[in-house]
Design a protein around this ligand. Sequence first.
Ligand SMILES: NC(=O)c1ccc[n+]([C@@H]2O[C@H](COP(=O)([O-])OP(=O)(O)OC[C@H]3O[C@@H](n4cnc5c(N)ncnc54)[C@H](O)[C@@H]3O)[C@@H](O)[C@H]2O)c1
Ligand SMILES: O=C[C@H](O)CS(=O)(=O)O
Length: 474
Amino acid sequence: MKAWNMYIDGQWVDAEERIDVANPATLEVIATVPKAKEKEAQAAVDAASAALPDWAAKTAAERSALLMNWFHLIDEQKEEIGRIMTTEQGKPLKEAIGEVGYANSFISWYAEEGKRIYGETVPASAPNKRIFVTKQPVGVVAAITPWNFPAAMMTRKVGPALAAGCTVVVKPSELTPLTAYKLAELAEEAGIPKGVINVITGDAAAIGETWMTDSRVRKISFTGSTNVGKLLMRQAADTMKKVSLELGGHAPFIVTENADLDKAVEGLMGSKYRNAGQTCVCANRVYVHESVEAEFVEKLKASVGQLSVGNGLDEGVEIGPLINEAAVDKVKKQLKDAISKGALLETGGEALSSEKGYFITPAVLTNVSDDMECMIEETFGPLAPVTTYKTTEEVIKRANNSPYGLAAYVFSQNISEAITISEGLEYGIVGLNDGLPSVAQAPFGGMKESGLGREGGHWGIEEYLEVKYISLGL
Ligand SMILES: NC(=O)c1ccc[n+]([C@@H]2O[C@H](COP(=O)([O-])OP(=O)(O)OC[C@H]3O[C@@H](n4cnc5c(N)ncnc54)[C@H](O)[C@@H]3O)[C@@H](O)[C@H]2O)c1
Ligand SMILES: O=C[C@H](O)CS(=O)(=O)O
């Protein structure tokens, strides 16, 4: 595995210390990366700030062409990037390659969207005035990303930021930094000028505080836990930075008495067990109408029991390891809590010894009640707790009883019931008979403590623009 350094101002530079990167399926150290601190964080902002004027002065078409160079290089090397991702994050290779394609779709989408940053004229209230509304790049952007989607969470920020004319400093998770460095290497090869993209790894708190206190950083775009998101939002206030936060989730998954149960099981399998349940939009609570619970659970158990668990590099594996031992311990804790409160373990929930990798078999619980930890705290693992409900009003109330508001799912073939529930849910994303709603053209994001702002579609590029109007006196 290649020894990666930080990418600052077009140079690959080391730091005084380095951090090990381990494979969660085998525990072996696969690489080391630099441990940046304040000095390197400062240097990255210096580079992005110096590169900003020339990058912002390029036409949208010129920036688009460079982004598409990057897109094509990523596409050509999607297998290699996927292999890097599986080795450091654990997801099955097929999923990893799929994520590379998803990540790349943000680059191609915003390569075009940057050419559609339109202004407006506004009818003046005085005959001797004209009002022109324009949009301009916010400036230097700090992007901090999580370990569960190492490629997509980076390009979902860098794509629109660069298309808008901003420059970026990026800090990926130290658990999965290699994918980000590979993408930076391809950006350099694509001809994106030095200083436009800068990627560092290291002391997250020190890097974050350095960037949040630097007034040249005009925007923080963060994807990660709600707690860290709240910290960054507080830190950003002192220099009034624009803030985008894509935070935690706790998705309700509702199966009504009018659902196509086969589609509902298929939807749940896709939502719950993707990336071994380590996605912010995973179904976390399954509400099934009492009249169809028995049939639904039997179908679900049969599907979950067939999932193949193992090293994501092995052919046919569908469930890889969790990211670390703490992640496995959290799932085990939630299982123990639920069972102690009366839940029934229908299948799975077996953790292999952590010396052999962070594996736990996909689980289904029934006879679940709302007081159980798995119904309250984000699980971030392959555990599906199933509970029942009687009425539409009841399930909407229970589904909304959470500080989170990212994704929710409804499976129903009754259009009136489906729309009533979808409109009643306090979530930014509703999968209606769809377990996998995430696409580059839609406004991905949450309500309540799941975040601020949107990523994707035209909404995503607005996050990197300032609105200015020019009032002309004739
Ligand atoms: N809403 C979304 O789109 C989305 C997507 C992926 C993950 N998530 C959420 O992220 C969480 C899992 O990811 P994670 O474990 O990487 O989250 P995390 O918050 O622990 O880390 C996210 C990033 O923040 C950095 N970080 C940690 N402490 C920091 C600090 N004090 N200052 C600056 N940066 C800091 C980490 O190094 C990492 O790069 C889950 O809650 C999941 O729901 C949300
Ligand atoms: O985990 C969070 C990601 O945003 C999930 S998705 O791939 O965008 O659905």
